[in-house]
Ligand binder design. Structure first.
Ligand code: PAF
Length: 268
């Protein structure tokens, strides 16, 4: 492309498509910070387990391309699986041990190896100055940050706040799977996390107790909770006595749809 050779800075937003306002906010952030914006759409097979929704994942390339054009994206990069991996079964894998094994990594085995490998490859191909990721996938963001540091990839990782629907539901490409009734219930996840943060800040509940309360309350509504945990911001280790920058993260199924959300907060 020659952008960097001619002295222009490049911002990059990697996505799996089915773009919503949350993705477009990442694109706008890249736009503000760089001369040129490149977005990729690649539904990455290596981050889906065999029982997950790789085949059903919503693919809406034509609409996505129009939206990106309206947000002044300079290049839309659409690599094929073959171009990215050749033989998927024998490709080199990037793994970030601790961060890929906790929280979502416990139930999504190898998911984060797939993310780390795809993101490394995309960053090496695009060679951006910055790459923008959403805080909704906080574990992914944290892992990418560590990986970029560990592998000395010369890209600055920029984080954007979670984009929410009016009722608080975090925007996600997977929200299209929700039935009308489930869509009505789905914001309870964010409401429960907000309530939990208030309780913790007012020292009305300990971390383990709050996790149990969230489980009880959400399961009463029809969710199946995978985890709700308080961790340290930045490295996602369990918090120690003196840690004050914390984050509560949760994953839950509503029917067949897996929802994740989190809220970062400070203890004062
Ligand atoms: O968040 C996503 O859409 C994907 O995990 C990513 C970062 C594009 C890697 O495939």
């Amino acid at each position: 492309m020659g952008y960097r050779k001619s002295g222009e800075s490049v911002g990059f937003v990697p996505t799996m498509g089915n773009l919503h306002a949350g993705h477009l906010a990442l694109v706008d952030e890249a736009r503000v910070r760089s001369d040129r914006v490149i977005t990729s759409i690649f539904v990455n097979p290596t981050q889906f387990a065999p029982n997950e929704d790789y085949n059903d994942y919503p693919r809406t390339e034509a609409e996505d391309a129009k939206r990106l054009e309206a947000h002044a994206v300079d290049v839309l990069f659409l690599p094929s699986v073959d171009a990215m991996y050749g033989d998927v079964s024998s490709t080199t894998t990037v793994s970030v041990p601790y961060l890929s094994s906790i929280l979502c990594g416990k139930s999504r085995l190898r998911h984060f190896d797939g993310v780390a490998t795809a993101v490394t490859k995309l960053l090496n191909i695009v060679q951006p100055d910055i790459a923008v990721f959403g805080c909704k996938d906080y574990q992914q963001l944290t892992l990418v940050r560590q990986m970029v540091g560990d592998l000395a990839i010369p890209t600055q990782i920029v984080a954007c706040d979670t984009y929410r629907e009016k009722d608080g539901l975090a925007m996600s490409s997977r929200n299209v799977y929700l039935s009308e009734e489930q869509r009505h219930i789905a914001p309870r996840l964010y409401q429960e996390l907000s309530r939990a943060v208030d309780m913790i800040k007012q020292r009305k509940a300990g971390f383990d107790e709050i996790g149990l309360q969230i489980k009880t309350n959400l399961e009463r509504e029809g969710f199946e909770l995978q985890y709700a945990e308080v961790r340290r911001q930045g490295d996602l280790h369990p918090p120690g006595e003196s840690d004050t920058s914390l984050i509560i993260l949760a994953a839950a199924h509503l029917g067949n749809t897996r929802l994740i959300d989190n809220i970062a907060f400070e203890l004062t």
